[in-house]
Design a binder for this molecule. Structure first.
Ligand SMILES: Cc1ncc(COP(=O)(O)O)c(C=O)c1O
Length: 500
């Protein structure tokens, strides 16, 4: 009984687990994403609450076996699904260290060194946008914008934080007195392709989900700026108060990047806050070659970046940055007599600048990965994935079975089945007739492709139309994995064609 182990037991358990993890990592190059459909059962007899414990090594073995054998393996090289990466191995080690040391990053006084590392990591990210985060109140070099920011649990919390800042900016008393007292109906804007965390945040912040005006996108899937201006002016004429524009840098469906410079100018013209939701795409700033895709991001008032998406971090790691550091405290700081004060001046306690109180050190994994591999490793990964995405686009464009359904900006591809001729190996004829036909065929196609568990891609809607969606997100994925996927895609399309 009790939680302690002898040194010998700790070492044996630790080695046992690290051997399991090592074997798992060695399998990722070739591992199926999940068991075949007919073996995909998560059914198990529910355990009663264990009153007494069991042998640790046996439980660990059993757990690893079950989670690996029955699991869904996002880290595998053949995962071409959503925005979740293969975790960098140094990040896995950092997570173990964080769990062991359990630094409490709520206040600087109890985590002086850890808080400094976290601040440094925030500063490293900010530097890629031409922003500077002072750690000990040092001066900001000329030409850079002073900023601050904080790690979050992910993009959802980062977007929530940014919206809270935008409210504080426009309605300084709202945090203290409540939205109900501002005597206005605030509204904000984002594209029809923007992420649903915005609605969630608007509801939770008391704005109401309907305060989000979703503006249609143009043919490039970027927010249509002419429609935006019309909507802002219409809202103003109706007595609403437009206070924020949310640009997306890398939409969830397609990876489209809004015209950040144009949106920054519109935000300036109408006195609004500009938030860039770059949860996925802002990581392009880590590549010198592709950071230009984010032109204008430096003009934003706040930015979301999720290291647990394109920066190969395990959950959880989001970041929100702002060029208005003072607003962070205005929005999140509360008095707390029991929080010890830091002796060293200049560093701000995290509990004063974020929605979290107790705070896990979600930054160490990125700090350690950057320290060991360097920014250039990310640059190489991003450039390789962009290259693979272009190859994939060319393959789709030349395919008899598929065609591109949207422009490709980042390593995300939206494509669709061509009209299904019913004759395998024959060029397909024309587009699928109606939306519902396309939707049904895509559903069937996804079931066929994902049936044996080897690969995993998904379907979604873009501009209201059914599309197939895949992306290159694992740093382990290579041209060989892509060739395997292409074969599987073609063969699934042939099977679907046979059934139509
Ligand atoms: C563009 C965008 N913003 C925000 C989020 C939410 O991020 P998280 O899942 O880390 O909370 C996502 C998630 O996919 C996203 O794609």
């Amino acid at each position: 009984m009790g939680f302690d182990f002898s040194s010998e037991e700790r070492r044996q358990l630790g080695y046992r687990l690290i051997d399991r993890i090592d074997k798992y990592y060695a399998s990722l190059d070739n591992r199926a994403i999940q068991p075949p459909a007919d073996e995909r059962s998560a059914d198990r007899l529910p355990l009663e609450l264990p009153e007494l414990g069991s042998d640790a090594a046996r439980v660990l073995d059993e757990l690893c076996r079950e989670m690996i054998d029955k699991g869904f393996h996002i880290p595998a090289a053949n995962y071409f699904g959503l925005m979740n990466p293969t975790p960098a191995y140094m990040a896995v080690l950092a997570e173990a260290l964080v769990a062991a040391l359990n630094p409490q990053l709520a206040s600087v006084a109890r985590s002086q060194f850890a808080s400094t590392l976290e601040a440094e990591t925030v500063g490293w990210i900010a530097s890629r946008f031409g922003w500077h985060k002072p750690i000990f109140a040092e001066a900001t070099p000329p030409g850079l914008a002073r900023c601050d920011g904080t790690f979050t649990s992910g993009g959802n919390e980062a977007n929530f934080t940014a919206l809270a800042l935008a409210i504080s900016h426009r309605f300084p008393n709202a945090i203290e007195d409540g939205i109900a007292t501002i005597g206005a109906r605030p509204v904000f804007y984002a594209s029809s392709e923007s992420h649903h965390s915005l609605e969630k945040s608007a509801g939770l912040l008391g704005l109401g989900r309907k305060s989000l005006r979703r503006i249609p996108v143009n043919d490039s899937l970027r927010l249509d700026t002419a429609r935006l201006i019309l909507q802002i002016e219409f809202d103003q004429a109706c007595g609403f108060v437009p206070f924020c524009i949310v640009a997306t840098a890398g939409t969830t469906n397609s990876g489209a990047i809004d015209d950040l410079n144009a949106l920054a100018s519109i935000a300036e013209r109408y006195g609004m806050w500009l938030h860039v939701d770059g949860a996925y795409g802002a990581a392009a700033a880590f590549s010198d070659k592709y950071r230009g895709l984010l032109k204008g991001i430096e003009r934003a008032d706040s930015i979301t970046v999720d290291p647990h998406k394109w920066l190969a971090m395990p959950f959880a790691a989001g970041v929100v940055l702002t060029r208005h550091p003072e607003l962070l405290e205005h929005t999140f700081s509360v008095a707390s007599p029991y929080m010890p004060r830091a002796e060293r001046s200049g560093m701000v306690d995290n509990f004063k600048i974020s929605a979290q109180w107790s705070r896990r050190m979600n930054s160490l994994k990125l700090w350690l990965t950057l320290r060991v591999h360097g920014r250039k490793s990310y640059e190489e990964m991003i450039e390789r994935q962009m290259q693979l995405a272009s190859q994939m686009r060319e393959w789709i464009e030349e395919s008899d079975y598929f065609e591109m359904a949207a422009a490709q900006t980042l390593p995300i591809l939206n494509f669709r089945l061509r009209g299904v001729s019913g004759v395998p190996n024959e060029p397909a004829v024309g587009l699928l007739g109606s939306d519902s036909e396309a939707e049904a065929a895509h559903r069937q196609f996804i079931a066929e492709l994902n049936h044996d568990g080897r690969y995993w891609i998904s379907a979604t809607h873009v501009r209201g139309k059914s599309v197939l969606r895949m992306m290159i997100i694992s740093y382990l994925s290579t041209a060989e994995h892509l060739a395997g996927l292409q074969e599987a895609l073609q063969s699934a399309a042939q099977r679907v064609a046979l059934h139509v």
